[in-house]
Design a protein around this ligand. Sequence first.
Ligand code: UGA
Length: 441
Amino acid sequence: MKITIFGSGYVGLVTGACFAEVGNEVMCVDIDENKINRLLNGEIPIYEPGLDTIVSENLREGRLKFTTSITDGVDFGLYQFIAVGTPPDEDGSADLSHVLSVAESIGRNMEDYRIVINKSTVPVGTADLVRETIRTVLEERGRAIDFDVVSNPEFLKEGDAVDDFMKPDRIIVGVDNPRTKELLRNLYAPFNRSHERFIAMDIRSAELTKYAANAMLATKISFMNEIANIAERAGADVEAVRRGIGSDSRIGFSFIYPGVGYGGSCFPKDVRALERTSRKLGYNSRILQAVEAVNDDQKLSLVSKIRDHFDGDLKGRVIAMWGLAFKPNTDDMREAPSRKVMEELWKAGAIVRAYDPVAMDEARRIYGDRPDLVLVEHPDEALKGADALTIMTEWMVFRSPDFELIRNSLKEPVIFDGRNIYNPDMVEQVGISYYSIGRRP
Ligand code: UGA
């Protein structure tokens, strides 16, 4: 099958590469010339395990093409995926200008039937806007060409994106006629083999499903962070509580890990956007507002602990930081808790010595050269001359460190663990003070 994907960001690139991997012909279109040139050389602009191999193999086999030509893209695929960004605008609503500009280009250049598939995370009602945009342009051109619009939200997790695409939990498709349902079913057949994962529904429900899934997961996290805050004050251990409630199959163990709050390009943006959507629809979502507020505060919970430990004075203190990415296996620092923590520490006059296995370049790109941020090439380097160690991302390499080395390197041996990766008794036995989330202080 011939597929065009507009937008070679995270979702577009993974989608394009995975469709090519199962034998389709895929053309990925992006307006960023530099990005397309890098991709043509097999260079992947993002860190995603396994993606580079699939991209370069399919590029070599000729199944995957990259171009900046929108007209070539519209001409190429029967299936036209829109996978461009929907960044938040000033009030947190999703900015649809990129999505609608692709829709306009499709309308302007199409010569025969096209199925336009929205993969970007877009508010309820966007498919109607896409349809209207294409229809208006076709009218301007005086052409009556048939087309369909479908919603097909993506549920990839960064770090597991290729696996999530190849073995999805579910394939959500919002359609308004049987023809498109069948076209989409055929397209996804290679990923729908062992049992039925294809869930077709009306378009608006599909659009809302995406936001509801992310908002539900974010709610679980904020809820658990709130329980952690209560546990701390009540002298309980949230890790015991987590095991206690997770074993109830109705609750489950996933997404109930307390920590320094959720980050990334999805949860913060999508919770906010859904809250704004519901407000525009005349409904005041108290749960979504609370999820967001709890998360904002949670990102600072570690800073309060650091401040209290040092009697409110952080001026000139050197804080080692392990982990900068918003979660392991990615170099993404969008809305990463590490950023909030670093920025607060800097405001208080502290210096941060940071290490991350893959996000160092990203940190350099975001913060540039500044005297209060020292980026080092090894976790042990971060400890040198530091007063304290903070854990911001639960990368595997941080899970079993040499605690004696930590104790001997830090001026005042103390760890502030934002991800609860250590056993408090073990750390304290070595002679290191230990603060974590929702466990005894
Ligand atoms: C999330 C969803 O998990 C995907 O299903 C969805 O497709 C994607 O957003 C999207 O909308 O594109 P992602 O942002 O890659 O994926 O990351 P997650 O693994 O969900 O983690 C999000 C944040 O929650 C991280 O900061 C993580 O540290 C935090 N988290 C996660 C917790 O604090 N506790 C948990 O128990 C789980």
